[in-house]
Design a protein around this ligand. Structure first.
Ligand code: ADP
Ligand code: MG
Length: 396
């Protein structure tokens, strides 16, 4: 447990009181008097030892906080007298300290003629409200002890929560990666098949070309060979880019990852009797995005659309437009649609209606990726008619 506390107080009598109440494990009961009568000591309970450091001005406190952070031994919290004899006051000290040490907790020590709590709240802002507390003068020994314990135990609890959240984020990132690999696995069968086709064409046309004596016909055959080989190259490139794990944001056109995914999947779509219609706004602004992750979102949506039209065939329409300060991309299919009772569960991890074949992870990962890009994902669907998944992202 972190028991380091900073006392920011300019009156020696009150500093002594802090030391006696918080500084030793066996403090004898003692009455502390001070000029301002700030401390009215009651029967002293056995005090728990805290590691105390004292600063008599706000400026000195800021230096101490910075040094503690730099040494990797930050304070759990501090008691800050609002009215300090010289220099900046306690409130201004905290306002400056909260960026130096983003974890430290603060207890303001106020006399009721000092600034009101509303006013203090305004100085600190709403985001900070769970990091400060106050103690009104005159206070009792028990009150100080209580606050000191609260500062230390809250600091510990917050550290544990942070660690826990970090772990959850790491796990979610791993989920995103493993889902991407699963999607690539789904593609592999189709891609293997298409590679077979391409090779077949390459060999066939080369053999024919070898038999021709006419240079024009040979040139034509060679250009067909080149086109087929280019397509094979594009598939390999896009597959490699999808396997990349690093998270890099850059200004991209959303059309780039979409096109890469379509290259990987369009053969499968054609085989399933699915036509892809593109209605892309060529003026669409660029967005700051991770191309691989956005590609993963498109891939998930396209694979889902393919599953929804597997037995029937149909159409996937991809539309994009600008809407105020947002970019809207829609992937709409004419597939089986989604039952109303399933609609609200769609993005839940592990929700699937595909039994053994489904993982139920695709859409939850899509939502996480889009949320990481400060966007949202919406869905509209009519059972038996089709579904439309809408990505809404801010422009940069
Ligand atoms: N385009 C779509 N048409 C119909 N249902 C869909 C579509 N996309 C997703 N769904 C439904 O949402 C569920 C969850 O999708 P997802 O998270 O990608 O997991 P999975 O595809 O593994 O089932 C699917 O099982 C399906 O019921
Ligand atoms: Mg899916």
């Amino acid at each position: 447990m972190n028991r380091k506390l900073l006392i920011v107080e300019d009156e020696p009598g009150i500093v002594d009181a802090y030391r006696i109440i918080l500084g030793s494990t066996s403090a004898p009961a003692r009455i502390v008097s001070s000029r301002s009568q700030a401390v009215a000591v009651q029967n002293a309970p056995v005090a728990a030892a805290f590691e105390l450091e004292v600063a008599t001005t706000g400026e000195e406190a800021l230096v101490k906080i910075q040094q503690a952070v730099a040494a990797g031994q930050p304070y759990a919290g501090g008691f800050f007298d609002v009215k300090l004899g010289s220099g900046i006051d306690g409130i201004e000290t905290i306002r400056r300290a909260k960026d130096t040490d983003p974890e430290m907790l603060y207890c303001l020590v106020t006399a009721y003629q000092d600034r009101s709590l509303d006013e203090i709240e305004k100085v600190f802002g709403p985001d900070f409200s769970d990091r400060w507390d106050f103690l009104a003068k005159p206070f009792t020994q028990n009150e100080i002890l209580q606050k000191a314990r609260n500062l230390c135990s809250s600091w510990d609890r917050r550290q544990k929560e942070k660690l826990y959240l970090d772990q959850i984020h790491t796990q979610q990132d791993q989920l995103v990666k493993s889902e991407r690999l699963a999607a690539i696995g789904t593609l592999a069968r189709g891609i293997g098949h298409e590679f077979g086709n391409i090779l077949h064409r390459l060999i066939g046309i080369s053999e024919i070309a070898a038999l021709k004596n006419d240079p024009t016909e040979m040139r034509q055959a060679l250009s067909t060979v080149a086109t087929a080989a280019e397509r094979a190259g594009a598939i390999v490139r896009n597959l490699q880019s999808l396997v990349k794990m690093e998270v890099k944001r850059e200004k991209i056109s959303l059309y780039t990852p979409l096109k890469e995914c379509l290259t990987l999947i369009d053969h499968e779509l054609k085989r399933a009797g699915i036509e892809v219609k593109e209605n892309w706004d060529p003026e669409l602004p660029l967005v700051l995005a991770n191309k691989v992750e956005i590609g993963q979102v498109f891939l998930n949506l396209l694979i889902n659309a393919q599953h929804a039209m597997e037995t029937t065939g149909g159409t996937i329409e991809i539309r994009s437009r600008t809407q105020g300060k947002e970019i809207v991309v829609e992937v709409a299919d004419t597939g089986c649609g989604i039952a109303p009772e399933h609609l609200k569960r769609l993005f839940e991890p592990l929700f699937t209606t595909k039994g053994e074949r489904g993982t139920g992870i695709g859409l939850s990962v899509c939502r996480k990726i889009i949320a990481n890009h400060s966007g949202r994902i919406e869905v509209e669907s009519t059972l038996g008619k089709g579904s439309c998944f809408r990505l809404v992202l801010p422009t940069t």
